[in-house]
Structure formats: structure tokens, C-alpha cells
Design a protein around this ligand. Structure first.
Ligand SMILES: Nc1ncnc2c1ncn2[C@@H]1O[C@H](COP(=O)(O)OP(=O)(O)OP(=O)(O)O)[C@@H](O)[C@H]1O
Length: 249
């Protein structure tokens, strides 16, 4: 059942252990949220998982494959996609062209069976299917940079889905959104569990407690507690960490 496992992950920056012996499991079909106060090590952990940073110790496996020393692009091919907070979008290109590029980049041999003449419609169909998956079909011909922030985040999610991931890493998908956009993103993420398991890093506690099957709480680079949202909410250690810090964002 375990799809993804981090074991004993350590990352030090000089004297600071930003990540200090972290274990995290994500099961097939699960939404696992990672929360923690500012400076807890969440970004460092995400960078270790996606391959932007190398750990000083520990291992990462996805569906039995050892990712620990794999390059970031290889990890994508192994089934791990990360949303990059809209930085992966070509702002001057249309939604269609952004998605076509992503579909083509990840297609490999997938569309070869259609032959050269039929490959283009198949690619276009796949691109439109991704737009539909995230609710951007009406914006298919719009320039990405002109879309509202929430729609750009959806496009970013669609670009990550183009790799047909087993595990989707969502790094603060609700950041910078108003309540309406957040509500729509929560609906989208809930629906995405059919496509991939999700590791969700998010400051919006309402979103976390609505979406997550399990929550891990990171504090000073260590997992302080892990469990169901109800257990995490009731945990006095978690409550004491969040007293006075939850309202900061
Ligand atoms: N490149 C770096 N060089 C030195 N120290 C770093 C570096 N990156 C992170 N740190 C330190 O590691 C610790 C964890 O930082 P990290 O950014 O991973 O936390 P975070 O939980 O993502 O915080 P936030 O919620 O504020 O984004 C902090 O003490 C931070 O100062």
C-alpha cells in the first residue's frame, strides 16, 4: 500500500539541521498533508523529495524504486511531479501551447502508436483533456499570463499532471488566493486523488483538515506527530506549537 517512503532524511546547512531524521509515508490514493510553523523545514524537505537538494543521510523510494540519488528530471519519469508555484508556466503562451509542450515533453513513445499524421490530434486531445481535468477548458486559447492567479495555479497543476505522476507534490497550492479561489482549488485537489497520491504542503489549516487523510507535523526539522486530521487537531503537542503561530499567515 505504501507508494512513497522517506526514511531518516537529513539535510544540514552549516550548523543548522533543517531536516533532521524525517520519516514520511504516502499510501496509494492518499492525500498526506505536511504542516509546520515557519522555518520548520518544509521547503527543504520538498526540495529533497523533488531532487533539487541532496540529503546528507536517508533514503527516498517511490513504488519500490530508489530515488535517493536520482536526478530531478529522472524522478519525474519515475512518477513524481511537483507544482512549482506557477514558475513553470510560459506566461506569453496560451494555455493550449503550455499544455501541448508539457504533453509532448512527457509523451515519450506514448503517441508513437498513432503514427505521424495522427499524432498531432492525439496530442491536442491530451492537452485539452488536461485543461478539462483542472477546469480550464474555457480558457484553452487564452494567454497564460493574462489568467487570474487561481487559474494560473490550476494550469501549473495541469502541467504537473502531464507527466502522469503516481505522486503529486503540491507546494502551497492555495498561496496568494482569496476565499473563492481557495475553495475551488480545494475541490480540484479533492478530485485529483483519482489521478495520483498527493503530498500537500499547505499553511491553510482549513484546507489541510478538509483534504488530508493523514497529516504530518514538522517542527525544527523533525516529525513531531503524524496521524489523522482529528488526531492531529486533538494532539496537545501540536496545539502548543500552533498557539500564537497559526494566525501569522
Ligand atoms: N539554503 C539554506 N542555507 C542555510 N540555511 C537554510 C537554507 N535553507 C533553509 N535554511 C534553514 O533551514 C531551516 C528550515 O527552513 P525551510 O525554509 O525549509 O523551512 P519552512 O518550513 O519551509 O519555512 P517557511 O514555512 O517559512 O517556508 C531554517 O532555519 C532556515 O533558515
Amino acid at each position: 500500500m505504501t507508494l512513497f517512503a522517506a526514511r531518516g532524511l537529513v539535510k544540514r546547512f552549516g550548523g543548522v539541521s533543517a531536516v533532521d531524521g524525517v520519516d514520511i509515508d504516502v499510501a496509494d490514493g492518499e492525500i498526506h498533508a505536511l504542516i509546520g510553523p515557519n522555518g520548520a523545514g518544509k521547503s527543504t524537505l520538498v526540495n529533497l523529495i523533488s531532487g533539487l537538494l541532496r540529503p546528507d543521510a536517508g533514503t527516498l523510494t517511490l513504488d519500490g524504486a530508489d530515488l535517493t540519488r536520482m536526478r530531478a528530471d529522472r524522478r519525474v519519469r519515475a512518477g513524481l511531479s511537483r507544482c512549482f508555484q506557477v514558475t513553470s508556466i510560459f506566461r506569453d503562451a496560451t494555455v493550449r501551447d503550455n499544455l501541448l509542450l508539457a504533453v509532448q515533453a512527457h509523451a515519450g513513445g506514448h503517441f508513437r502508436c498513432f503514427g505521424v499524421r495522427d499524432a498531432e490530434p492525439a496530442l491536442r486531445e491530451a492537452a485539452f483533456g488536461l485543461a478539462r481535468r483542472v477546469g480550464l477548458e474555457a480558457d484553452f486559447d487564452r494567454v497564460a499570463g493574462a489568467l487570474p492567479h487561481g487559474a494560473q495555479r490550476k494550469l501549473d497543476v495541469a502541467l504537473a499532471l502531464a507527466a502522469r505522476p503516481r505522486l503529486l507534490l503540491l507546494d502551497e497550492p492555495m498561496a496568494g488566493m482569496g476565499p473563492d479561489e481557495s475553495a475551488r482549488m480545494i475541490e480540484l485537489i479533492a478530485a485529483l486523488r483519482r489521478d495520483a497520491a498527493i503530498l500537500l504542503i499547505e499553511h491553510d489549516m482549513d484546507a489541510v483538515f478538509q483534504l488530508a487523510d493523514r497529516v504530518s507535523v514538522l517542527v525544527y526539522g523533525r516529525v513531531l506527530a503524524a496521524g489523522t486530521p482529528a488526531a492531529i487537531k486533538a494532539d496537545p503537542r501540536v496545539q502548543s506549537v500552533y498557539l500564537g503561530t497559526e494566525g501569522e499567515r
